[in-house]
Design a binder for this molecule. Structure first.
Ligand code: AHR
Length: 525
């Protein structure tokens, strides 16, 4: 293995660090990128998001109201829309979460003055004004260029209520449901691409036994009809059943067995998995002012996503060896202690460089399992848990996690390319040193993402390519001075990507990546 000299350095900001780093990178890590054996498509829906009526996730974060002094289009804040458009968010799961199983859609349609004002009993007892309802959600996803993923109320609702909601959204304008929608300003049927049938029905969604849930699933899957969708095939709406609570797989077995033995009258096209990174429960790890030990602990915990998905795939393969049913990881992310002074029911936490590295590792894991994992939703979009964006009245700041999602956009719908490497290990904890994925996009461009997990040491990478002409590489790297570096309203640019370039050397590409960093590069032929 050739030891290469330093040929890549991060522009401007990190030039000095790179020069020092060259002598401190330890052994070279070899990546072998085999473009001749491209794998499954990395479904763009892996980069989905989740926006629940929780804390300031919707109110303040997305919805400010038409009369707000904050710039908005029909009540939806324009700065947040502009930021999200850059992520090409493929789908937005709404209205919950636990909130979904107590949500009654009729409370949130029609003239503003007539909307029901309620209490959000799940999340901090906040007043729920229902100003953001179905039509506002559809307007929001249209403004950001995304698709609808609606979670219907199975816990405290009925199949009839869910069916009526779907008719309101999707039936022709000549129907009574469609006329009501038209009277509320939208004659054309909406498109609902994904339907979640319940949320955590083993917990906040009704504490149902797996068998009881399966009996409900069959009824909802049959009668909650989408009138603006093909009824079968690739273009049909995809129904997502509730699946596991982490590694507790009784729902997985029950739903997959029922699907395997099903009769013609019902079907599902996805099975959910919820798995948060918290290194213990209830979440108690801080989101600010932590060091390398906390960083290592949380990253090791998040790497548990890999065996968890392997475990799910194994069970699903027994009933569905052709992998017709996607695994939908529709709640994932780091869940930390609430910020001091915040309402604990609002799930407010900071978002650090560590969390960006954690996001990249999860996206890599999902991509490596792209044959089975075809959709995922980070929790959550704005102001809640591992958010992309934080707002405070008129101010907005983009989090480190936002930048990872932006850097990874070339992987949406790209073909996975196998990358072989020895991840190595570092420190007493034995945390892997690196992670990497590669893919080829629709235009034939090859992309490489590499994470250097080491909190202190840069790493030198030598990547060889089979089937991809390579002269150089260009992209972005995200790092910062500390593992707990954050962006704040006062200092919004502490963690943001900077350019990185590479050149051919030693029969491949050599990269010297800073400690605790995420890099995405386009391979230039
Ligand atoms: O994302 C916060 C909550 O976590 C969701 O409402 C629930 O589904 C999960 O337990």
């Amino acid at each position: 293995m050739p030891r290469t000299s330093l040929v890549v350095c991060v522009a401007a900001l990190f030039r000095a660090a790179c020069a020092i780093a060259a002598s401190d990178t330890g052994s070279v890590i070899e990546l072998r990128v085999d473009s001749l054996h491209a794998g499954p498509t990395i479904d763009r829906n892996l980069f989905g998001q989740f926006a629940e009526h929780l804390g300031n996730g919707i109110y303040g974060g997305i919805w400010v109201g038409r009369d707000s002094t904050i710039p908005n289009v029909r009540g939806i804040r324009s700065d947040v829309v502009a930021a999200l458009r850059a992520l090409h968010v493929p789908n937005v799961r709404w209205p919950g979460g636990c909130f979904a199983d107590e949500y009654h859609w009729r409370d949130g349609i029609g003239p503003a003055a007539g909307r029901k004002v309620a209490v959000n009993a799940n999340w901090g007892g906040a007043i729920e004004p229902n100003s953001f309802g179905t039509d506002e959600y559809m307007d929001f996803i249209s403004q950001i260029g995304s698709e609808a993923y609606i979670s219907v109320n199975v816990g405290s609702g009925t199949p009839a209520e869910a069916a009526a909601w779907m008719a309101y959204m999707t039936a022709d304008a000549l129907t009574s449901a469609g006329k009501e929608r038209a009277a509320n300003g939208h004659p054309a049927p909406y498109r609902v691409k994904f339907l979640g049938i319940g949320n955590e029905s083993w917990g906040c969604g009704g504490a149902m036994t797996p068998d009881y849930y399966v009996s409900q699933l069959k009824i909802y899957a049959r009668y909650v009809r989408n009138y603006n969708s093909a009824q079968s095939g690739d273009q049909a709406m995809r129904r997502v059943a509730v699946g596991a609570d982490g590694s507790k797989t009784d729902y997985v077995e029950a739903v997959m067995k029922a699907w395997h033995d099903k009769v013609w009258s019902w079907d599902v096209e996805g099975l959910s998995l919820h798995s948060y990174t918290s290194a213990g429960w209830p979440p108690s790890h801080p989101s600010t002012h932590f060091g390398a030990d906390e960083y290592t602990l949380l990253l090791k915990d998040t790497l548990g996503m890999e065996p968890l998905i392997a475990q799910h795939s194994q069970i699903m393969d027994q009933y569905d060896p052709q992998k017709k049913i996607p695994l939908v990881v529709d709640e994932w992310g780091v869940w930390l202690a609430p910020l001091a002074g915040s309402n604990p029911g609002f799930l407010v936490q900071q978002n650090s460089l560590r969390d960006a590295v954690l996001a990249a590792l999860n996206l890599d894991i999902f991509a490596r399992h792209a044959d089975r994992v075809r959709m995922a939703n980070i929790a959550q979009m704005v102001n809640v848990l591992q958010a992309m964006i934080m707002t405070d009245r008129e101010r907005m700041v983009l989090t480190p996690t936002y930048y990872v999602f932006r850097m990874y956009t070339p992987f949406q719908d790209a073909a996975l390319i196998p990358v072989q490497f020895d991840a190595g290990s570092q420190g007493a904890g034995g945390l892997a040193r690196v992670d990497a994925i590669a893919a080829r996009d629709a235009r034939g461009n090859t992309w490489l993402a590499v994470v250097n997990l080491d909190p202190e040491r840069p790493v030198r990478i030598h990547a060889s390519f089979t089937g991809t002409p390579m002269q150089a590489a260009h992209g972005q790297v995200l790092t910062a001075s500390q593992v707990d570096s954050i962006n704040t309203f006062e200092s919004p640019h502490m963690v943001q990507p900077v350019p990185i370039d590479g050149v051919a050397a030693g029969g491949g590409l050599s990269l010297n990546l800073p400690a605790k960093s995420v890099s995405v590069l386009q391979i230039l032929p």
